[in-house]
Design a protein around this ligand. Structure first.
Ligand code: GCB
Length: 656
C-alpha cells in the first residue's frame, strides 16, 4: 500500500521498478478509482527462503517501505493546522464525464491561485487551498466542524512545510492512517495512493521535494462501499480524514527499513534486518539488545540478514506485571534503527493459554479507538491513549485489551507494551463482507500484512483475529481460512483467533449454546460474542439455565458481552438502559462464564460509550452505543465495579 511500490490496496503509476504499463492506461485508472483493488503487476520478487526468522510472505503483501520505528527516526511531524477543501462531488478527481478532472478543480495543483487572480486573464479556479479553512491534523473531520459531523466523502487537505533536498539522503512521508482512501501529492505531483483506514503507508518523496516551501496535498475519502473493509455496515462512527500523524522521515541512501526480533518457545531469539537502497547487499548488520547481547549478520543480495541467537540468561521476560522493554539498536550501512522491545512467549496447551510457559487468564475489556470527551476526534495522543489504558490496567485490574474492530494507533500499541497490557488485534473484516470477491480478499490480506509488519515488535500483541461475527457460509469460511493461513505465514509466533457467533439450540427442553463453525479448525483460541440477556428474549435469570457445549481441547475467550446503560439512569427495578440492569447483566454473565470449563479470558463490550450512528434512541443513546462501563466522558457506571471486583479476585488467584 505504498507509493512507487506494489501490493493490493496500493496502486501507483510510478512503480518502484519502473513505470507500470497497466496504471499508465487512463481507462484502467478510472476503473480502479471505482474498484480500488489491484495488485500492481510490476511486483518485486521476494528473497528466497531464509535459514531462520519469519517465513517469507508472497511479495505483493509486503509494503515496499516499512520505516519500522519511524517515531524514533530523523524527521519531522507534519501535525498542526492544515487547510482543506470539501469535494463531495469528487471534482478534484474526475470531470463530468468521469474523466480527468478539470484543471480549475484539481486541488493538488501547485499553484498560487491568488497571484493568478491578481494577474487576471481567462483562467479561473473553483478552489483555493491556500485561502481555505483550516483544521487540526491529526484527527477526524467529523469532530472538528459541526457542518462536517456527518460529511462522508472526499476532502482535500494541504500543508506547507520547509524542506530542502539533502544530498545523499532520501525523504519519505509516512502516514499512520488516513480513513479510508488517500491520494498524496507533493508540489503538484502524485506521490502515491492508499486504501485502508487504519494502517500506515509510506511514500518516497526524495525527488519531489524542492528547496524552501513545499506543498503537500492529501485527498482523504471517507466513503465505504460493499467492497471496502469494513463495509458501511458497522456499529461505530466511520470517522473520516487524516486521523493519525504524518511524518517526514530522512534516511541515508541505503537505510535500515525494518528490523524484527521475537522470542521463541525454543529459547532462541530470531528475526531479521532489512536494508533498502543501492548498497543493501553484503552489509554487516549489528544488533544489540540493551546491554544483554549483541550479534551481527551479513545481508544477502536482497539486503536481508537473518538473526538467530540464544536468549541471554539475564533476559527478563515481558509480562503484564513486569513489562520489561529493552532498547534494541540496529546499525548497518551507516544507519541506526532504534526500537523498544519486550520478549515473551505465548502458546496454547490444551485448554490453557501460556505466557512464558505459565498459565494465563485474560482479564480484559474491548476498546474502540475513541478518546474521552463529548466530541471525540479519534485523536489518540499519548495522554488520551494512556487515560483509557489506565482505566483498564488500574481501574479494572485488567491485563488485556481487545483493540476492536480495526488496528488501533501505534501510540496505543506502544503504550500497551509499556504499561503491560496484552492485546488482541484485528482488522475490520466484520459482519458483511463481499466473501466471493477475490479483490476484497486481497485487500484483507494486504491490510492484515500491514498490521503485522507494523506491530510484530510489540510484545503486548498475542492474538491476531481474523474476523468478527460473520455468519457461517462456505465462501465466508474460505475467506477467513485464507486470512488465518496468511497471518500464520506472516507471523508464526502469535496465536490466531476470531470472534465467532454462537448458535442457540434446544435440547431436551433446555437452551444450549454451541459453536457450529468450521472455522474453529483454523483457530488456536476460540472466541465468541454472546449477548443473552440483552439482545433476544432471555431474562437475566434465564442465563443460569443456559448450557454451553464447547470444544474441550482449546481455550475459549468471551470476546464480547454487554448491555447498554445510560450513566446516571437508575430506577428501582431491572429495566433496560439502567445502570442497575447493566450491573446485574454483568453479574449473571460472569456467573455463566464461571461454568465454562475452557474459559481463558474475557473482553466484555466495552470500556467506554462510543459514537455509533446506528444508535438513535433520543433519551438513552443519541448517537452513542451505551455499552460502555464508562460514559463517554469517563464517568464509571455500576457495572464497572462489578467487573473490577471480579478481576481483582481473579488476579489474587495468581498467574498473570
Ligand atoms: C457486537 C459487535 C459490536 C457491537 C456490539 C453491540 O456483537 O461485534 O461491534 O457494537 O455487538 O453493541 O451490539
Amino acid at each position: 500500500m505504498i507509493a512507487g511500490a506494489t501490493g493490493a490496496g496500493l496502486y501507483s503509476d510510478r512503480c518502484h521498478f519502473g513505470p507500470c504499463p497497466i496504471m499508465k492506461n487512463p481507462a484502467f485508472q478510472v476503473s480502479i478509482l471505482a474498484g480500488w483493488a489491484i495488485a500492481c503487476l510490476c511486483a518485486a520478487q521476494e528473497a528466497p527462503s531464509p535459514a531462520s526468522g519469519p517465513a517469507p510472505v508472497p511479495a505483493p503483501l509486503r509494503p515496499a517501505f516499512l520505516l519500522t520505528a519511524a517515531v524514533h527516526r530523523d524527521g519531522e511531524e507534519l501535525s498542526g493546522r492544515w487547510t482543506y477543501s470539501r469535494d463531495l462531488y469528487r471534482t478534484g478527481l474526475t470531470d463530468i464525464n468521469g474523466w480527468v478532472a478539470k484543471s480549475r478543480m484539481q486541488r493538488f495543483r501547485d499553484i498560487d491561485i491568488a497571484a493568478s487572480e491578481r494577474r487576471g486573464g481567462t483562467d479561473f479556479f473553483e478552489f483555493d487551498l491556500d485561502r481555505g479553512p483550516a483544521m487540526a491534523i491529526p484527527g477526524a473531520w467529523n469532530a472538528r466542524e459541526p457542518e462536517l459531523r456527518y460529511y462522508d466523502g472526499l476532502i482535500w487537505f494541504q500543508r506547507k512545510f520547509n524542506a530542502a533536498p539533502r544530498p545523499g539522503r532520501r525523504a519519505f512521508l509516512r502516514f499512520e492512517a488516513v480513513n479510508y482512501r488517500a491520494w498524496v501529492y507533493v508540489n503538484g505531483k502524485e506521490a502515491g495512493r492508499h486504501e485502508g483506514g487504519f494502517t500506515p503507508f509510506v511514500v518516497e518523496v526524495t525527488n519531489l521535494l524542492r528547496e524552501g516551501e513545499n506543498r503537500l496535498t492529501v485527498g482523504a475519502d471517507s466513503s465505504h462501499d460493499a467492497k471496502s473493509i469494513p463495509t458501511p455496515i458497522t456499529d461505530w462512527d466511520l470517522y473520516g480524514g487524516i486521523t493519525r500523524p504524518v511524518r517526514l522521515v530522512w534516511t541515508p541512501a541505503t537505510f535500515i527499513d525494518d528490523a524484527t526480533l521475537s522470542l521463541g518457545t525454543d529459547g532462541r531469539i530470531t528475526g531479521e534486518v532489512r536494508l533498502q537502497g543501492p548498497h543493501a547487499a553484503k552489509q554487516k548488520a549489528e544488533i544489540a539488545i540493551g546491554t544483554l547481547a549483541s550479534v551481527s549478520a551479513v545481508t544477502d543480495k536482497d539486503g536481508r540478514a537473518a538473526i538467530d541467537l540464544p536468549a541471554p540468561g539475564a533476559l527478563r521476560r515481558w509480562t503484564p506485571d513486569q513489562p520489561t522493554l529493552y532498547d534494541v539498536r540496529v546499525t548497518a550501512a551507516g544507519d541506526l534503527l532504534r526500537e523498544r522491545m519486550g520478549f515473551r512467549t505465548i502458546a496454547v496447551r490444551g485448554k490453557e493459554l501460556l505466557l512464558n510457559g505459565e498459565p494465563l487468564f485474560l482479564r480484559g475489556i474491548s476498546l474502540h479507538e475513541e478518546e474521552f470527551g463529548p466530541n471525540p476526534a479519534r485523536d489518540m495522543t499519548a495522554p488520551q491513549a494512556r487515560a483509557l489504558l489506565h482505566e483498564i490496567k488500574h481501574g479494572l485490574h485488567g491485563n488485556y485489551v481487545r483493540l476492536s474492530h480495526y488496528p488501533h494507533s501505534e501510540t496505543t500499541l506502544r503504550l500497551a507494551d509499556e504499561m503491560g497490557l496484552l492485546v488482541w488485534s484485528e482488522i475490520p473484516v466484520y459482519w458483511t463482507v463481499d466473501w466471493d470477491n477475490p479483490a476484497v480478499l486481497r485487500k484483507a490480506l494486504a491490510m492484515q500484512a500491514e498490521t503485522v509488519y507494523r506491530d510484530r515488535n510489540r510484545a503486548a500483541v498475542i492474538l491476531w483475529s481474523v474476523g468478527n461475527e460473520t455468519p457461517v457460509s462456505g465462501p465466508r469460511t474460505r475467506f477467513h481460512a485464507a486470512m488465518a493461513d496468511n497471518v500464520r505465514a506472516l507471523d508464526p509466533t502469535r496465536l490466531v483467533s476470531a470472534a465467532l457467533l454462537v448458535e442457540r439450540r434446544s435440547a431436551g427442553g433446555k437452551a444450549v449454546m454451541a459453536i457450529q463453525d468450521p472455522l474453529v479448525d483454523k483457530l488456536d483460541v476460540l472466541a465468541v460474542n454472546t449477548y443473552a440477556g440483552w439482545y433476544g428474549a432471555d431474562t437475566l435469570d434465564a442465563l443460569a439455565g443456559l448450557d454451553w457445549q464447547l470444544p474441550a481441547d482449546r481455550p475459549l475467550v468471551l470476546s464480547e458481552f454487554g448491555a447498554d446503560a445510560l450513566a446516571g439512569y437508575r430506577s428501582g427495578d431491572r429495566r433496560k438502559f439502567t445502570e442497575q440492569y447493566q450491573a446485574d447483566y454483568y453479574r449473571a454473565t460472569l456467573a455463566m462464564a464461571g461454568r465454562m470449563p475452557t474459559l481463558a479470558g474475557l473482553s466484555p463490550w466495552i470500556l467506554k460509550d462510543f459514537r455509533s450512528p446506528r444508535r438513535e434512541h433520543p433519551v438513552f443513546q443519541n448517537g452513542w452505543n451505551r455499552k460502555g462501563l464508562l460514559s463517554e466522558t469517563g464517568v464509571r457506571k455500576e457495572a464497572f465495579g462489578v467487573l473490577a471486583d471480579y478481576y481483582r479476585r481473579k488476579a489474587n488467584q495468581g498467574g498473570h
